[in-house]
Design a protein around this ligand. Structure first.
Ligand SMILES: [Zn+2]
Ligand SMILES: [Zn+2]
Length: 274
C-alpha cells in the first residue's frame, strides 16, 4: 500500500476517528476510499518512471528520515536556545516590523532558500563530498515521498542549518516561519512523489519558473543536473537543467497507459557526478 500511494489509507484514518466518532469515521472513510480510488487511477497514469521503488527502498528512506528528524530536532533545540539568549529574533506582533516587511519576508525566505539549496546541493555532488554527504539520498533512484528527507546525517545538518542562519540575519514572524516550513515540506514531498501533478500546459506559461515533480525526479535518475528546489532559475542560469526535461514532462502528463505497468528492479548504487 505504501509504495503505491503516499496518501494515508482511508482505513487507517477511519480507524483513528472511530475512537471518538464512529459515524463520522465511516463517512470520512467512504470519502477517502472514493478519493483514493479516483486519485489513485489518475496518478497511475501520470507516473514519471515505469520502475517502482521496492519495499527495501521505502524501508531505507523511512529509516534515514528518522535520522534526519533527530538532526533537525537537535538543530531546532539549539535555535530555541539561541532565541532565548537573544542571539536571534522572532516576533509575534506584525506592528513591530510592519505588514510590508512581514509579507515580503516570505518570498525572500523562499528565494534565499532556493539559492542556499542549489549551491549546497551542487557542492554535495562534488566527488569529495558525494559519498559521505549525499549518496544516501541518491540511493532512491525512483523516489517516493519518503525519500524527501532521506539524508545522511551530514546532509541533514546542512539542510537544517538554513533556518537558524536566516534567523541570525533577519527577524521573522512566527506565522511566516510556519508557512515557509509548510511550503518547503509539501514541495519537497511533491518533488519526490514520482507523479507529475502539474497542468499539461505548465511549461508553456510563466509558471515554468517553478520546478515540477519531473524536474527533481530526473535529478534522481541522472544525478548531474536539475539541482534546484523551488525555481528553475539557477539551473538555467548555470546551464545545469537536464536537456530532456521538457520531453520527460510531456510524457508524464500525457498519461501513457504503458506507465501503469509496474517494474521493480533492484536499486542501483549511484555514481558520482562527472
Ligand atoms: Zn531528492
Ligand atoms: Zn542530488
Amino acid at each position: 500500500m505504501l509504495e503505491r500511494n503516499p496518501i494515508i489509507s482511508s482505513s487507517t484514518l477511519a480507524g483513528c476517528l472511530h475512537l471518538r466518532h464512529p459515524a463520522l469515521s465511516h463517512r470520512v472513510g467512504l470519502v477517502c476510499t472514493v478519493l483514493y480510488g479516483v486519485l489513485g487511477a489518475w496518478s497511475e497514469g501520470r507516473r514519471i518512471q515505469n520502475r517502482r521503488a521496492s519495499k527495501q527502498d521505502i524501508k531505507r528512506e523511512i529509516t534515514y528520515s528518522l535520522v534526519t528528524t533527530a538532526v533537525y530536532a537537535t538543530v531546532a533545540l539549539g535555535t530555541v536556545a539561541a532565541l532565548e539568549q537573544g542571539w536571534m529574533q522572532t516576533y509575534e506582533t506584525v506592528a513591530e516590523f510592519g505588514w510590508l516587511y512581514t509579507l515580503l519576508s516570505l518570498p525572500l525566505l523562499l528565494v534565499l532558500h532556493d539559492t542556499y539549496f542549489y549551491w549546497v546541493h551542487r557542492a554535495m555532488h562534488h566527488p569529495k563530498l558525494f559519498r559521505t554527504m549525499h549518496r544516501i539520498h541518491h540511493l532512491s533512484r525512483t523516489p517516493t515521498p519518503w525519500a524527501a528527507y532521506s539524508f545522511a546525517p551530514g546532509e541533514a545538518l546542512m539542510m537544517a542549518l538554513y533556518m537558524p542562519a536566516v534567523l541570525a540575519l533577519i527577524p521573522l514572524h512566527g506565522a511566516v516561519i510556519f508557512i515557509f516550513l509548510s511550503i518547503m515540506i509539501v514541495r519537497n514531498a511533491m518533488g519526490h512523489s514520482g507523479v507529475e501533478f502539474h497542468h499539461h500546459r505548465w511549461l508553456d506559461t510563466p509558471l515554468d519558473a517553478l520546478t515540477t515533480t519531473t524536474h527533481h525526479d530526473m535529478h534522481h535518475q541522472q544525478f548531474n543536473g536539475n539541482f534546484g528546489l523551488y525555481f528553475t532559475w539557477w539551473d538555467r542560469w548555470m546551464g545545469t537543467e537536464l536537456p530532456g526535461y521538457r520531453n520527460a514532462f510531456q510524457r508524464a502528463v500525457a498519461g501513457n497507459p504503458v506507465r501503469k505497468r509496474r517494474v521493480t528492479s533492484p536499486a542501483v548504487t549511484p555514481g558520482v557526478e562527472a
